[in-house]
Design a protein around this ligand. Sequence first.
Ligand code: MAN
Length: 355
Amino acid sequence: MNVYRYEENPLVTPADVKPHREDFEVIGAFNAGVTTFNDEIIMLLRVAERPISEDPAIVKAPIYNPKTNELEIIEFRLDNPAYDFSDPRVIRKNGDKQGFEYLTSLAYLRIARSNDGGHHFTIDEHPFVYPSNELETFGVEDPRITKIDDTYYIYFSAVSSFGVGESMVSTKDLVTTEHHGMIFAPENKDVLIFPEKINGKYYAIHRPVPKSIGEPEMWIAESTNLLHWGNHKHLLGLRPGMWDSGRMGGGAVPFKTEKGWLELYHGATTDHRYCMGAVLLDLEDPTKVLARSDKPIIEPEADYEVEGFFGNVVFSCGAVVEGDVVKMFYGVADTSMACAEFSLQEILDSLTYIN
Ligand code: MAN
């Protein structure tokens, strides 16, 4: 697979983003949703900020309070034996391997715009989607954008002590938004709404995380109004020993090709190495899997992909397709944004068909 990583990578880093308040620092600008608007490429960045801590022995967790509309800061001493601080992203109760109590940063969504095809971006002064209710107290993350007619549907992980679910807003002008509430209840992430109706129905890929039996795998559901989803079906599973053996989920918004709907998805091993690959779904019935990547189309190799806040991660939430060129924008190491170009034909040729 020929992968052309932009020379300008990383395209946006935390240093390029001004914190939304003076006592905070930006530690991530990554996993951006992507669309085009007025001839510009838009990245809707997941901006992660944390309160500046003068004392290296103290971690501060920011939490949005929906009653006061203010942030509250909880402090933890790193030597507190009740907690496990080994994963930089989260604060866990000691002994808890899976879940978490708090996040170490608060995420919100901010727009970056490019008028040179995605090589240089200017970042808006203010947040675009900011936590606003009790299901978003720990932040909003990993947006995807599906444009249907003249409306941009923006959906993202809404994180709170109640769990991680998927919420949606919509906008026509990228200025004002209408909130539609939570469309997939916890625990669910990595929702990808198809850009058009197929045989009279909308479809969305989603990724529940079963707790008693089952694995974090990809599902697909249908809807007539984009808000109420049903007829859920299991779509794609983990493959032991392969690049997508640990967890997986949709990545970029699926796009139409002659061969089928192409979905660029992420897969990780159990030791959290995140790669991107592709799956081809039937044009008339996207619940049918036609072909899939045995090897990733891109894996963490460049230094900015290997090293960072949470290293060895390439994670795409959106691509722009122009003829045979697939510009895949992707978060690197939970820190910055990058872009790589692929040939669509090469991706299609690389897939293994399932009989
Ligand atoms: C995981 C990671 C984090 C994220 C939380 C909540 O731990 O993906 O980056 O903040 O889930 O979604």
